[in-house]
Write a protein that binds this ligand. Structure first.
Ligand SMILES: *Cc1c(COP(=O)(O)O)cnc(C)c1O
Length: 452
């Protein structure tokens, strides 16, 4: 074996030392974005002909670049969907990088793919999918939704062809107005139409609304998307009734659970997801509510064969990979080269056990419930909707959009919390999404206090 040079060893040591320190911070700094001019002044140029060396480059990162990136794992980061990777998962992410694993094929990454499949199997069992179900970890929910919809359309095309039915002029996907923007974005990429079905008084897509949306366009709809926990409110569609409507019309059912489907693991919210077991495909993002680092989406198909038919790339140099009956993750989504991005979750699940996850998810749901209770109790604040999962939306009576913005800027300025104003039905509101076990009731109360 050749020796690694002392200078290379020093680079690796410096980087891993920094990563170790950051991973073990007891108080994560929230930080804040800087303007390009400010960053240009502070960071200057790092890339030069001869390099500036590990110490200086790391110094630029630690002292300038990192403080200009919000720490999404800060307990006060409550906007969008926060992240809260377990230490086990984030540390193991370094191992995935160090191991140079190609996760696209069984031939190259068998061990990694085996472990990822164990996680996917566990999830599929939790969601009630049959033994034949399987999938792949892709980059995120957007890519997961797109991959699933491409599979659904491909399956429809093949069936129409086999049955000698004429193809529609335009294909369409049905979802609710509350569906995530990535559905519309996938439809744009695929050049298909989006039919937005109405929601009920609780904001849910129902079986009746889906049946209405299908009226007169049954032949052109290739998929129905039910959302298992909308990003804005955490609303779970009536999946059981939608599944029945999809079955009646013989249309593919995709469940977008990027954020919310994790709550099916928690005993108190499990019932909200009845019907998920009938999905043809579904997604859940481990980087959201399954405590894994960015970026990972678990995409699972009831019949993976449909995905293989749609996604397997047929380049000649790939033939040795595709001619075997092995499980090649790249054949199930729109990507080829892939990081074994399911491994951090596999390691953390193996270390902690599944009960740990149920408890942590349940804890976030309970905290959201207590926050809602507190908001109801306080004069001057009103709840926009009773939370089902861990998103709480409320308003401060009498405030305009600029009042909310000034308050939000102040909160970030103090480095207390990151809560950006949102809007609902054209009205400014506040939205808090709780994921991290470190987000305390005390911090949430302090945030409410600052609205007085
Ligand atoms: C976050 C989210 C997505 C998109 O997932 P990314 O990982 O950000 O690409 C899709 N659908 C829902 C419901 C989401 O919450």
């Amino acid at each position: 074996m050749h020796a690694v040079s002392p200078s290379t060893t020093a680079i690796v040591d410096e980087v891993i030392d920094y990563a170790r320190r950051r991973a073990l911070f007891t108080e994560v700094p929230l930080d804040r974005p800087m303007a390009p001019s400010e960053l240009a002044r502070l960071a200057g140029r790092s890339i030069s002909r001869d390099g500036i060396g590990a110490r200086r480059a790391l110094g630029v990162f630690e002292h300038v670049l990192a403080p200009s990136c919000l720490s999404t794992d800060h307990p006060g980061y409550l906007s969008f969907i926060p992240s809260a990777p377990t230490k086990a998962a984030l540390a193991f992410d370094l191992v995935v990088s160090a191991s140079a694993i190609y996760g696209g094929s069984w031939m190259e990454g068998a061990g990694a793919v085996f472990a990822e499949n164990e996680v996917l199997r566990w999830l599929a069992d939790e969601f009630g999918l049959p033994p034949g179900a399987g999938g792949v970890f892709v980059q995120g929910g957007t890519v997961g939704n797109l991959s699933a919809l491409v599979t659904a359309r491909d399956a429809a095309r093949r069936r129409y062809r086999a049955e000698g039915r004429p193809m529609p002029e335009r294909w369409a996907v049905v979802c609710s107005a509350e569906a995530h923007s990535s559905i519309a974005s996938a439809a744009a990429v695929m050049d298909v139409d989006v039919v937005k079905a109405r929601v009920d008084e609780r904001g849910r897509l129902t079986g009746i609304a889906v049946a209405e949306a299908l009226e007169g366009r049954r032949d052109s709809v290739f998929a129905i998307v039910a959302t298992a926990g909308t990003t804005n409110f955490g609303i779970v569609d009536d999946i059981a009734a939608i599944a029945q409507a999809a079955a009646d019309a013989d249309v593919w059912l995709h469940v977008d659970g990027a954020y919310g489907l994790a709550a099916m693991l928690a005993p108190s919210t499990r019932h909200l997801f009845a019907g998920v077991e009938r999905a043809d495909s579904l997604i859940v993002d481990p980087h959201k509510w399954l405590f894994a680092p960015f970026d990972a989406c678990a995409l699972i198909y009831r019949r993976p064969g449909a995905a293989l038919a749609a996604h397997t790339q047929k380049a000649e140099y790939l033939d040795t990979l595709t001619e075997s009956a092995d499980w090649n993750p790249s054949d199930l989504g729109i990507q080829l080269t892939r990081r074994a991005r399911g491994l951090p979750l596999w390691f953390s699940l193996a270390v902690h056990g599944t009960e740990h996850y149920r408890v942590a998810i349940e804890d976030a749901v309970a905290k959201a419930g207590r926050l809602a209770e507190e908001i109801r109790r306080r004069p001057g604040l009103s709840l926009v909707r009773e939370p089902d999962l861990s998103v709480v939306v409320f308003r401060r009576d009498g405030w305009s959009a600029s009042d909310y913005q000034a308050w939000s800027d102040g909160l970030l300025g103090e480095q207390k919390a990151f809560v950006v104003p949102s809007s609902h039905a054209g009205e400014p509101v506040l939205r808090v999404a709780i994921i991290s076990p470190l987000t305390t009731d005390g911090l949430l109360r302090e945030i409410l206090d600052s609205l007085a």
